[in-house]
Design a protein around this ligand. Structure first.
Ligand SMILES: [Zn+2]
Length: 123
């Protein structure tokens, strides 16, 4: 790989964040010169590659990342809570295709509706 070094920011280092959980990955990105020769953010999501924890969760089942209701769908506010459900439940509850999708964002209100609703819990 070849890096064009920025005259202002050098290798322009940035800590890579996991797209799914938002935690820091053990990964330093050196983008060098960016468009407009801007300084790279200290921490940012640089790829869709999950962190080791999320990779493990996605191998165990379908990872649901809980986000705040009505937050920006392009970059929803992650609450930090995550759920892992079985492939069978992903199909049954969310009509997902676990062979293609190992992850979904889920709003807090949906979590309480699907998993913690006391009315459904009694049934
Ligand atoms: Zn992660």
């Amino acid at each position: 790989m070849c890096i064009t070094i920025s005259e202002k920011h050098g290798l322009n280092p940035s800590i890579s964040l996991c797209f799914y959980c938002g935690k820091e990955k053990n990964e330093l990105v050196l983008p060098g010169r960016l468009k407009g020769d801007i300084e790279a953010p200290r921490k940012a999501v640089w790829s869709m590659e999950p962190c080791d924890d999320c990779k493990k969760y996605m191998a165990e089942g379908v990872l649901l990342c809980v986000v705040r209701d009505h937050s920006d769908p392009k970059c929803p506010y992650r609450t930090g809570r995550m759920l892992v459900i079985s492939d069978a439940d992903a199909v049954r509850i969310f009509k997902m295709d676990p062979t293609k999708e190992r992850f979904a964002f889920i709003e807090e209100s949906t979590v309480s509706m699907v998993f913690c609703d006391p009315v459904n819990a009694k049934a």
